[in-house]
Design a protein around this ligand. Sequence first.
Ligand SMILES: *Cc1c(COP(=O)(O)O)cnc(C)c1O
Length: 433
Amino acid sequence: MQLHSTQNPQALVGLEQALFQGMPEDNGLYMPLEIPRLPKEFWKDIDQMSFSEMAFRVGQALLGTSVDPSALQQMVEEAFNFDVPLVSLSPSIYTLELYHGPTLAFKDFGARFMARLMSYFLKDRTEKPCILVATSGDTGSAVAHGFYKVPGIDVVILYPSGKVSHIQEQQLTTMGHNITALEVEGTFDDCQKLVKKAFLDTQLRNKRRLTSANSINIARLIPQSFYYFWMYAKLKAQCDSLVCSVPSGNFGNIMGGLIAKRMGLPVSKFIAANNDNRAFYDYLSTQNFQPRPSIATISNAMDVGDPSNFVRIMDLYQGDFQALTRDVVAYTFNDYQTELAIKEVLKRYHYLMEPHGAVAYLALTEYMKALGKDSVGVFLGTAHPVKFLDVVEPLINQKVEIPSRLKTALNSSKKAHPMPNDYTHFRDYLLKP
Ligand SMILES: *Cc1c(COP(=O)(O)O)cnc(C)c1O
């Protein structure tokens, strides 16, 4: 597999370099040089495949000879060892629940695959890298769980003391093994500053082999294309084509879908569902992309004013606005509409959504109003409702049951190192034998 920078189509790198470097030096993002179309046989058998078999076939087409087939097979089996159910709300509306991984959010797909890919490339090296992550809650736990017990890699998470929810703190601090949590006396910004400073500290960086697990890494994007094939496989018998609504913030999830479409996936339309952070919606209406400061909403993982994957979408469509609008539409909904939808869907379909999935549900039903009776639509469920208890429980006036895998974290004891907001302390901690 070869990749180029969105800033410079001529500068090519291999998968290993893109993986460990994260971002090209020219500040662009890495994109696959070629997105192959999948062969006829693949589509014929797709409804017979297990998730890992399908992920293997799609992964192999994208990664080419960069990864040994038997290693890739093992990687996808280990990374995607959880269910990905497609649930029917009605004969025309489905949801793909992407939140049955260990941290109950779809980011597990990206984080678990990237961790195993890194471990694969490191197997012949003697150094032991250290992944540094600053987190305000969710990203840290997806990365930590992704790398949990992955041989040869240490993870150090920095989180702001007293500023993450109890559930999040338990998820971050109870893992042990190769995962260390530092409870920083400061804010999320302070955590981020400590991490940035460490990456600029050449001596430390070389000594500890510091690596980032940033969300713009191409290795997190690739596995986010796999589940779109799975969605299609489950519905293949019912429909010729379908539409798919994706709750979007940084547009990494929908980017996986657009890559799948380029590989031949028969999704007639992707719906980018936005909350009040509507830079992309406005772009599709005006052809003018205007990043803005983010606005706080109840679907807070989508509170992004300047979506990082926008440049990847531009690259994929080569700036052809017509082609882009043939494939993608966008909608925007506010918190009030989102809350109403959660209540209504519970009443009407006995299905509990959380705020992100609810925005996608709203966008899907809005778009489908204009479609024929036998059309089929899927909205992606990106997080378990239990992750947004504060919003969901008061709305529906009932308790949400906590899944057993979360109970384990809730009942384990917290193991966090207190860390003052001071670079010298942090540096000494990382260097101590
Ligand atoms: C990250 C996240 C999103 C947004 O995904 P992008 O790839 O940034 O568009 C949506 N929902 C949840 C629950 C998330 O954690």
